[in-house]
Write a protein that binds this ligand. Sequence first.
Ligand code: AVJ
Length: 323
Amino acid sequence: SPASIPVQVHLTDADIDAALVADVRAGLTASPKHLPPKWFYDARGSELFEEITALPEYYPTRTERGVLEAAADEIVAATGVVTLVELGSGSSEKTRLLLDAGLRAGTLETYVPQDVSISALQGAVDELSAAYPSLAVEGIVSDFSDLSVSIPDRPGRTVAFLGGTLGNLTPAERAGFLTGIADVLRPGEHLLIGVGLVVDESLVVPAYDDAQGVTAAFNKNVLSVIDGRLDADFDPDGFDHVAIWDAENEWIEMRLRAQRPMTVRVADLDLEVEFTEGEEMRTEISAKFRRDGISEELAAAGFDITRIWTDSDERFAVVLSTR
Ligand code: AVJ
């Protein structure tokens, strides 16, 4: 196969292990137990997520693609984007719509995809470099919350944060993250976010609990990640996948429920953890938004809302704001 295009790696295996150690120790000794969603995305987890995006029940990805398809030229015209920085770019599949529009308009020079998964990022960088010879592609492997690394200093930046990943942060984390982006950007630069909108429970729950069990496998993959990296002995098949709609917080919560009492040993942490039968551990929140709510959060962080595009069923929104 052809040689890989270089990417900047700001997350070494040692950094990843240190962060995982801290998160796993904190999460497994808390009550109730919880794990942060970023640990889903090893090579297998990134593959499973790509499978999820093609499921009939998982409407967000294809809905966002439709919105971007219709809005891409307007987004490019409104931003005059020279550098497109994408946080959590994954496969960069939908981003091609923005790259095509930016190159058509003649403003776009550089694409900076950032992701925590080196496997997903390297594949995307190699494919995009081949598909867009006139575009400079500068891949960055980092934690997206490490903003000074993830958003390099380049002219005319539009920062894209698509796919609804903002909803994986708690409201307090979101406030800190959006304020951090506002601090990095210069006046006149842009933030483009994709967020799921509040929809009926009967639509959103199956999206996170599909009939084929792909989301269940994705959820349990976090246990395999911990087993592999921290020499733990979680039995992923000893847990059931749970997805519930929290109507008060307006978020989907994914959990793993212990089928029986279990003692799990995490050798690298010298930690033993007990699970009671039926005990549930939170592994992800995926918040859904209302137009007013997201506008207020962006304004509080220091952004002016420029425009909101949605699909005709109002399931997903792409929100453009200006620093
Ligand atoms: C694309 C990361 C935002 O929360 O909808 C998919 C991840 N979790 N199915 C989401 C996910 C369960 C997804 N994000």
